[in-house]
Design a protein around this ligand. Structure first.
Ligand code: HEC
Length: 184
């Protein structure tokens, strides 16, 4: 990676010194930077099962997921999640109010709650690990569901999100990915 980067800047410097027009150099620079980012993403992908860079792709839904994932996710959701989060991810009616034990009822996942504040990696983490036992009542699913199943459930509930909510989530998601890439 560092090697690549070194070569790249040497090349760019060469291009500037050789009098390549600035505009062209800028375009080259942008292309190289996006290649660099892509390289970082794919190295990340091997580390965490692909969760971080999943949203880089565009599926046949026009969003990151494929409609087949939404279908599969809906079936898995109905089996495991409906009893708490509701048939269409509407959550408990009083989800904003803590119960007498101080813990919160199941929130909506259909875009009316704040699930859209969470980037992909955090959504999968919450589903895998559940809430910390002393803080909430979301059970952990990491033993019962694999990454692919969890990701398809996310696709399913995101398919309920209006474009405005989805776009706001995607902006945060991309910011998060850029931060991750910087951290290396
Ligand atoms: C026993 C009830 C219960 C079941 C079953 C359940 N959840 Fe939850 N879930 C909760 C509760 C309660 C919370 C809020 C947790 C907290 O306050 O810490 C939550 C939180 C979440 C969140 C975070 C939402 C946010 O806005 O921060 C996600 C995502 C989620 N659940 C997904 C799922 C998925 C997917 C399934 C099925 C595989 C599932 N849950 C099954 C009770 C449940």
């Amino acid at each position: 990676m560092l090697d690549n980067r070194g070569n790249l800047f040497a090349y760019l410097k060469g291009a500037v010194l050789n009098g390549m027009p600035m505009a062209k150099t800028r375009i080259l620079m942008a292309v190289f930077l996006s290649l660099l980012l892509a390289a970082c993403d794919s190295s990340q992908q091997s580390g965490d099962g692909g969760v971080a860079s999943i949203t880089q792709s565009v599926g046949d839904s026009g969003r990151w997921y494929r409609t087949s994932q939404v279908k599969a996710g809906g079936r898995i959701y109905a089996q495991h999640c409906t009893e708490c989060h509701g048939q269409e991810g509407e959550g408990a009616p009083n989800w904003r109010k803590p119960e007498p034990d101080g813990k919160y009822p199941p929130p909506p996942l259909n875009g009316t709650g704040h699930a859209w504040h969470h980037p992909m990696q955090l959504l999968t983490k919450v589903i895998k690990e559940g809430s910390p036992p002393d803080q909430g009542k979301m059970p952990p699913w990491g033993d019962k569901l694999n990454d692919e199943e969890i990701i398809s459930i996310i696709a399913w509930f995101q398919s309920y999100w209006p474009d405005q909510i989805y776009d706001a989530w995607l902006r945060r998601e991309r910011q998060e990915q850029a931060r991750e890439a910087q951290r290396g």
